[in-house]
Design a protein around this ligand. Structure first.
Ligand code: F6R
Length: 364
């Protein structure tokens, strides 16, 4: 049931504070300020490489997790699209952990990749939203997201719940490896617990984004830029826009602009820049200014400090709450989802059932 909402996608975007909180509850012990994962019966400290495999939006969640695992837990991560992974004869480390991410738990390529890794003796973990799915059943370690049924074809709440689980998992690895002490663990748990309130604050910009959508709707092409763990959000923003509004969109690592895509820039190409203030801010802003110098029309998504510093010459700005870099990818997912949603509504497309797409891709 859609209740007061016009579309399932809209309802699911707005459910995120609740379902992320629900998901975090099974991975954190707030009272003790600790990370608490389900029973893991293998030695985490012995895992020296993680292979992440997924498709689409779930793949982008995995890409964010790569930054987290490497930064916090110092575990190298290999990541690939399931459809590539299966056919490239990947070299799997002995006793490695293979991690699969899927809302449905039934995506054909991801499932086949899982079965391949299982045959190769990898430890199989999966982050899935449907606990009775094939992937859930075939995993050694099941890490469920508690997003509830996702009806809209474009994935939204499953994505932020995947990020919540993956952040907790990366923190757990870091704790087990002795890279986070008791106090640092408590701080991370505290930041994760702030995520639902920050998601709510991001959702408060709904109306403003709906108005802004009219600036984007006439465009033929849109670019999204981000850096570090927010780079995958640029990819996710572009995917959301493409699939429901049918506007051509690309996500780039902001530093890659000058290696080609900047040639596309003129005053008809809106550029959405995801840049929370923090250590990477200055670099991203200098890429943004290169875009502006070529007439590019920028929508800057940042916090108050970032907008004060760099928002002046932008076509529009969206102010996010100030967040810890760990939860920025969760929070910044909201404005890119809302932007895609409102552009699609403005264009009158079928938001919940975009053309040519199926909710669960069970063909290869
Ligand atoms: C995009 C979208 C798809 C899915 C992809 C994987 O909005 O929904 O890209 O993310 O088909 O599906 P799951 O996560 O079910 O394996």
């Amino acid at each position: 049931e859609k209740g007061k909402y016009r579309h399932f996608m809209q309802k699911e975007i707005f459910e995120q504070p609740t379902v992320v909180a629900q998901t975090l509850r099974s991975y954190l012990r707030p009272g003790e300020q600790r990370v608490a994962l389900p029973q893991i019966d293998f030695d985490i400290t012995a895992i020296d490489r993680i292979t992440i495999v997924a498709c689409g939006t779930s793949y982008y969640a995995g890409l964010v997790a790569k930054y987290w695992f490497e930064q916090f837990a110092r575990v190298p991560v290999d990541i690939d699209f399931a459809s590539e992974f299966r056919y490239r004869e990947p070299i799997l480390p002995k006793g490695g952990l293979a991690l699969f991410i899927s809302q449905s738990g039934e995506t054909a390529d991801t499932l086949a990749a899982l079965q391949h890794c299982k045959k190769q003796g990898q430890v199989i973990a999966s982050v899935v939203n449907v606990p009775t799915s094939s992937m859930a059943r075939e995993s050694d370690l099941l890490l469920p997201t508690h997003a509830g049924p996702e009806i809209g074809v474009a994935s939204t709440k499953a994505f932020t719940c995947q990020l919540a689980v993956l952040a907790a998992l990366a923190a757990h690895f870091a704790v087990k490896k002795g890279l986070l002490n008791r106090n640092e663990e408590a701080i991370i748990v505290e930041h994760l617990l702030e995520a639902p309130a920050c998601l709510n604050a991001a959702l408060d910009h709904d109306e403003e984004i709906a108005e802004m959508a009219h600036l984007i709707a006439p465009a033929r092409d849109v670019l999204y830029l981000g850096r570090g763990a927010d780079f995958p959000l640029a990819l996710e923003g572009a995917l959301k826009l493409k699939e429901i509004s049918y506007i051509h969109a690309e996500g780039y690592a902001s530093g890659e602009m000058k290696h080609g895509p900047i040639a596309l820039i003129d005053d008809k190409v809106p550029v959405i820049v995801l840049a929370p203030s923090g250590p990477l801010f200055e670099k991203t802003v200098s890429n943004m200014q290169e875009v502006q110098a070529r007439g590019g029309k920028v929508v800057l998504i940042s916090d108050k400090q970032g907008i004060e510093q760099a928002g002046e010459d932008c076509m529009a700005v969206i102010e996010m709450p100030k967040v810890h870099p760990l939860i920025a990818p969760l929070v910044y997912a909201v404005p890119v989802q809302l932007l895609a949603y409102h552009v699609a509504v403005a264009k009158g497309t079928d938001v919940d059932q975009p053309r040519n797409l199926a909710k669960s891709v069970t063909v290869e």
